[in-house]
Write a protein that binds this ligand. Structure first.
Ligand code: ADP
Ligand code: MG
Length: 298
């Protein structure tokens, strides 16, 4: 078979095994921060598509957009012009998260706390506030409790971070227990990764002992190039436990979806990009349930 025929056959197999399936729901809400200090590596794309895939597979998912650019809000079709109540109001004014959460128009069970342009100033405004590192964590914990009390448990919170280690990202690391790192299969992919790991270690030591890297996803993977294979090998060697088997290919459909205010999961659900994100989401869900079971029986 030619490589193209192989790819088509692989997609067809994925479609059959994945379409319409549901994933096991975690016993407790999992809070994941999607982080990588490099920009343009697929953090936002991964956040919104994994969130959409999990929601489509029956989970309740909240995306917190913590990047002043608001790209995650845009991709989820969420209104985020400057007057919209947003994560800024939660972080800076202490408003309840429930007051800013919006439902994604295309996908049931998918929620978003949007970012507006105000958030660009929050990095500086937070500096002089009390408990400046734990503001998001408190808001998320209160919202999770509220949902539990209403017998409508959230399954996942995914936080989309800006590409820097400022107070916004620190807030995300303190609010989460899991770090989810997308790695682009390109030159210098691993550059900056050791710095990211050092920062996570620092947060663990000082602010959040439960934080750990639970998940790594290889994105913009090109099966035809040796470079992609080399990066993938290296990542799998160092992080065999954390790296998902699924990889996300470079795909025009993935990059087009946000300009339609959609994730690729609704924009082109049968594309190889959508199938890969669905495959990754299934793995993430199944691993999480396994980890929670091990933890609970320990
Ligand atoms: P980050 O949030 O890390 O800055 P983005 O998710 O915004 O990165 O992705 C950067 C750019 O790459 C965006 O234009 C996005 O549409 C594009 N992109 C992301 N993943 C893919 C992919 N698998 N195939 C093609 N383009 C992609
Ligand atoms: Mg982004």
């Amino acid at each position: 078979m030619t490589p193209l025929a192989q790819a088509v056959a692989a997609d067809a197999r994925k479609r059959i095994t994945l379409s319409g399936r549901t994933v096991p729901r975690p016993s407790r809400t999992r809070v994941l921060t999607v982080a990588n200090q490099k920009g343009g590596v697929g953090k936002t794309t991964t956040t919104v598509n994994i969130a959409a895939a999990l929601a489509q597979a029956g989970s309740t998912v909240l995306v917190i957009d913590l990047d002043p650019q608001g790209n995650a809000s845009t991709a989820l079709g969420i209104d985020h012009h400057s007057e919209v109540p947003s994560i800024y109001d939660v972080l800076v004014d202490g408003e309840p998260l429930a007051d800013v959460v919006q439902a994604c128009p295309d996908i049931p069970r998918l929620l978003c706390a949007p970012a507006t342009i105000d958030l660009a100033g929050a990095e500086i405004e937070l500096v002089s506030l009390v408990a400046r590192e734990t503001r998001l964590q408190k808001a998320v914990a209160a919202y999770i409790d509220q949902r539990v009390a209403a017998q409508d448990q959230l399954d996942y919170v995914l936080v989309d971070c800006p590409p820097s280690l400022g107070l916004l990202t620190v807030n995300a690391f303190v609010a989460a227990t899991e770090v989810f790192i997308p790695i682009q299969c390109e030159y210098y992919a691993l550059e900056g990764l050791s710095q990211l790991l050092k920062n996570i270690e620092m947060i663990r030591n000082h602010l959040n002992p439960s934080l750990h890297v639970s998940t790594i996803l290889l994105t913009m993977f090109d099966a035809r190039t040796r470079l992609s294979a080399q990066v993938a090998d290296e990542v799998r060697t160092h992080f065999s436990e954390q790296t998902l088997r699924a990889t996300v290919p470079r795909s025009v459909r993935i990059s087009e979806a946000p300009s339609h205010g959609e994730t690729v999961m609704t924009y082109d659900p049968n594309s190889s990009g959508a199938l890969s994100y669905l495959e990754a989401a299934v793995e993430l869900a199944e691993r999480g349930v396994r980890a929670q079971t091990t933890e609970e029986s320990a």
